[in-house]
Design a protein around this ligand. Structure first.
Ligand code: XIL
Length: 394
């Protein structure tokens, strides 16, 4: 680069950094989605119905993000609460909202052991649904849901959380789907989804599959799983690493980068799909609303330098791997986070505080994105283009 170009590049980085640091006066150029767009990286959040209807929440959902994942609204329990009785309201609202605001959609999730409708699990337990009927029901579920949104979903989490939390890890033999239908159901689920929407990117999604547990045990199992699927010519396009971190455990962004890179080398795209960084907090109400973090009892009590570092680390891992096409946080506001309900005594896991002020964790992401134009560029394949960027094979 000649001196003039270097000076111009430095000036533009400084200009961007300047806008980013002014987090109290955000301009549209300094939103997460605008900063991500410079490098064709989609920035996402999980959205629940109130994120789309509440004025303050929907403003942030529209302004800051360029891809949305329904927090619950596409799960089987929600879309078919009684057999044959469908409720697409929440899913339709989310897809419409996304399209109105120039956002893509990550469909979540088609095959998972959790949040299944009672009629299905009870039918299996009491024997009124046989294994072959269960297989047909799953085929029908995937076909119905994927067809409904055909052409409108960027990435589908076809399979969610099928690997054991063990070292060594493997596909869980006790998983609801595996125990009834065998491991062959994994390949079939991808084939059925592909038949219903050949353009959607189809992902395997799980937690701790990019080294978050330090041991790489689940990474090894996930890598073997997706490599075998590719060898069988199963239509799988991507690996989603959830990225639910907890300050009580370790986190190594170098390992995460290596692992994402390894998936990319297979020709897959990768995505961070559910990022948050939780910690123990003082509990003063039934929602365990974060008040004070024992690890950072400063006046600005939701600030936590380690949490900011870990958000930065996950984002940098994604930035370092060209095949990483989206970085999604699992909800942006502490008051709405799933963490207090799922992990006793923990919270403060998101990037906005309970009053919807951006936390330092937000600024950390914003500044990292501001400096990211120096990172490898994604192609425009970050939009719904399967031909665009062939992972990291080049
Ligand atoms: C969570 C939702 O956020 C909660 O509202 C719900 O009660 C339980 O599920 N991994 C996933 C997500 O893949 O679907 C989960 O979402 C969080 C963990």
């Amino acid at each position: 680069m000649n001196v003039r170009l270097m000076a111009a590049a430095a000036a533009s980085v400084l200009a961007l950094a300047g806008t980013a640091i002014a987090a109290d006066a955000p301009t549209s150029a300094s939103t997460l989605r605008a900063l991500g767009a410079q490098i064709h990286l989609r920035i996402g959040t999980a959205a629940v119905p109130s994120d789309l209807s509440d004025p303050a929440l929907s403003q942030i959902t529209a302004d800051q993000f360029s891809v949305l994942t329904p927090g619950n609204e596409m799960k089987w329990q929600v879309v078919e609460p009684q057999q044959g009785n469908f409720n697409w309201t929440g899913a339709d609202n989310l897809v419409n909202f996304a399209e109105e605001h120039g956002e893509l959609v990550r469909g979540h999730t088609l095959v998972w052991h959790n949040q299944l409708p009672n009629w299905l699990t009870q039918g299996v337990t009491n024997g009124t649904i046989s294994d072959s009927q269960l297989r047909d029901l799953l085929h029908q579920h995937i076909t119905t849901e994927v067809s409904r949104y055909r052409g409108r979903i960027w990435q589908w989490d076809v399979l969610n959380e099928m690997l054991a939390d063990a070292n060594p890890s493997q596909v869980k033999p006790t998983d609801f789907w595996i125990s009834h239908l065998g491991v062959g159901i994994i390949a079939d689920a991808f084939r059925w989804a592909h038949a219903a929407d050949p353009e959607a990117l189809l992902c395997y999604n799980d937690y701790n599959i990019a080294g978050e547990d330090g041991s790489n045990a689940k990474f090894n199992a996930a890598f073997a799983l997706v490599r075998d699927l590719l060898a069988q010519k199963v239509p799988i396009d991507c690996v989603g690493d959830q990225g639910h971190l907890d300050l009580q455990y370790g986190f190594n962004p170098v390992l995460m980068t290596e692992d994402l890179h390894a998936y990319a080398k297979l020709g897959l795209k990768v995505a961070i799909t559910e990022a948050d960084v939780r910690m123990f907090v003082e509990t003063t109400d039934s929602n365990q609303t974060p008040i004070v973090s024992p690890t950072d009892p400063t006046p600005n009590h939701t600030a936590n330098p380690a949490a900011s570092d870990w958000f930065i680390g996950m984002l940098q891992s994604c930035l370092a791997v060209k095949a990483c096409i989206s970085f999604t946080v699992w909800g942006f506001a502490d008051a709405e986070s799933w963490v207090p309900g799922a992990f006793r005594g923990e919270g403060n896991a998101t990037i906005y505080d309970v009053n919807l002020n951006p936390k330092p964790q937000y600024t950390a992401l914003q500044q990292t994105l501001s400096l990211a134009p120096g990172a490898p560029r994604r192609s425009r394949g970050g939009d719904r283009d399967r031909e665009g960027d062939e992972g990291d094979r080049d």
